[in-house]
Every structure is written in structure tokens, then in C-alpha cells.
Design a protein around this ligand. Structure first.
Ligand code: GLP
Length: 250
């Protein structure tokens, strides 16, 4: 079931998403959060940092699990997702470092690391809220279009289009990692609430396809149609195709 948190700009829409998370953390200060990287959650994290600074919420008892990490990048690499999380959230709020978790991109044995992360997810517990972005090809986490939905954490080979999209953060295409470790779709769907953030014209087509098209592993985000409580946080640009085809639903 989809609930829409829409506003004209990314900043305003992100505020609505942050309010959802702030409310959740006020009610449950021991919440488990599933976290995402990318440009989509930046304003959302900034609002959470502000609420923490203002004393409205505390992360002292919060536990977090991240969706994914690039294979080959150590946490001190400025394009690693561990680095991103420290820069944009962990180092700016009162979360305890030992309560934050990401897959290790530098593990020697990738299969063993995937198994370890799966076990860790079970141990940390069901996320109260899972934050997601959406890739231009419909990926969630790094679950790329495929023949089946990957159930559990796995090592994935990134598609050409994802490597191209993510090359904007690296000095050249060659530097973009070609693999990642990603939480599986089954693990993502365990969350009690899911928050999908999508902003800008580039996401308009794929957002419509994911939310209203066929449920298929060719569009990994389409699996969200089967989840109970999904919040779609989008700006006017990202909502354009949905509104064009399905009317003013939000
Ligand atoms: C990356 C991440 C995803 C993210 C996606 C969209 O590939 N692995 O988790 O959702 O990109 O990124 P952005 O939010 O920058 O558009």
C-alpha cells in the first residue's frame, strides 16, 4: 500500500519524510533504521541532524543497517558508502558507532561477508523504517534488473547504466567499482515501513514503472507494490509521469 509524501521541491518533500522518521524515533527511541546512500536522502539526513541537534530526537539507542557498499572501497575512501554515512549522518548525531552497520567492501571472501551480513541483519532485528532511493534502472540498494529478485545479501555485478550514473562521483569511469555487496530484496521487504525517496525528472519514468507497472525483477523497485506500508517521497518533477498517466493521485 502506497502513501505519498509529495511537495514541489526536494527540500520540502524531504521534510515530510524527515517528519515521518522523527515521529517514529520519538515514539520508539530504540528503533532499527535501514539506511540508504546516494543524493536522494541528503536533505532527509540533514533534517534528522537538525532535529537531533535541537534535542527533538536521540540516536543513542538507535541501531542502523545500511543497504549496500562498493566492493573494493575501504571505509576511509571518500566514495565508500561508509564514508558517506559518517559525513552525512553518523558523525553529526549521537548514534553509537558500534550500533551502525554496513557490509564490508574490502572483505577477502565476498560470499562469507554476504552470509555474515545476513546473519547480522537477523540479529539486529526487523527495521522499523527502511530508507530507499531508486536507481535510474529501477534498482533498490544495488539489486540490479535480473531474472529473479535476490532474496538475501549478495555480491552483485553493477550494470553499465549504474556504473555510468555513479561515475559522476568519481574522477573517471575506470575508478567506479564494478561490484557491490547489497542487501537482498527479501531482507529489504522485512521492514515494517519503507520510505522510497525519488527526486528530479530523471526518476519520473522509472518511478511510474515501479509503482504502476508489472511486478518484475527487471524493475527491482516494483516489488514494493507487494509491501504493506510504503511511503513514496517525491517532488513534482519525479511525480510528473505518474500524474500524467494516473491523474492527481498525490
Ligand atoms: C546508488 C545506490 C542506491 C541509490 C541509487 C540512486 O546506485 N546504491 O541505493 O538509491 O544510487 O542514487 P541517487 O539517490 O543519487 O539518485
Amino acid at each position: 500500500m502506497f502513501h505519498f509524501l509529495c511537495a514541489s521541491t526536494k527540500k520540502e518533500a524531504s521534510r515530510l519524510a524527515a517528519d515521518l522518521a522523527i515521529d517514529l524515533l520519538k515514539k520508539n527511541p530504540e528503533a532499527v533504521l535501514g539506511l540508504a546512500t546516494g543524493s536522494s536522502p541528503l536533505d532527509f539526513y540533514a533534517d534528522l541532524v537538525e532535529a537531533n541537534k535541537a534535542g527533538q530526537i536521540s540516536f543513542k539507542k538507535v541501531k542502523s543497517v545500511n543497504l549496500d557498499e562498493y566492493v573494493g572501497l575501504a571505509p576511509d575512501h571518500d566514495q565508500s558508502y561508509a564514508y558517506f554515512m559518517h559525513e552525512n549522518l553518523f558523525d553529526k548525531v549521537d548514534i553509537l558507532p558500534e550500533n551502525t552497520h554496513l557490509p564490508s567492501g574490502t572483505a577477502k571472501d565476498l560470499d562469507a561477508e554476504c552470509r555474515r551480513y545476513h546473519e547480522l541483519l537477523l540479529e539486529v532485528g526487523t527495521p522499523d523504517l527502511q530508507v530507499l532511493g531508486i536507481g535510474n534502472n529501477g534498482h533498490i540498494g544495488f539489486n540490479e534488473p535480473a531474472d529473479v529478485f535476490p532474496e538475501n545479501t549478495s555480491a552483485v555485478t553493477l550494470t553499465e547504466s549504474t556504473i555510468r550514473a555513479n561515475s559522476r562521483f568519481f574522477s573517471s569511469m575506470d575508478e567506479v567499482p564494478k561490484m557491490a555487496i547489497s542487501m537482498g530484496v527479501g531482507e529489504i521487504l522485512r521492514a515494517k515501513k519503507i520510505l522510497l525517496l525519488a527526486f528530479g525528472t530523471a526518476k519520473a519514468e522509472i518511478l511510474e514503472k515501479a509503482l504502476f507497472g508489472e511486478v518484475t525483477p527487471r524493475v527491482p523497485a516494483s516489488i514494493l507494490q507487494t509491501a504493506d506500508e510504503v511511503y513514496i517521497c517525491a517532488d513534482d518533477e519525479a511525480m510528473a509521469v505518474i500524474r500524467e498517466k494516473h491523474g492527481a493521485i498525490a
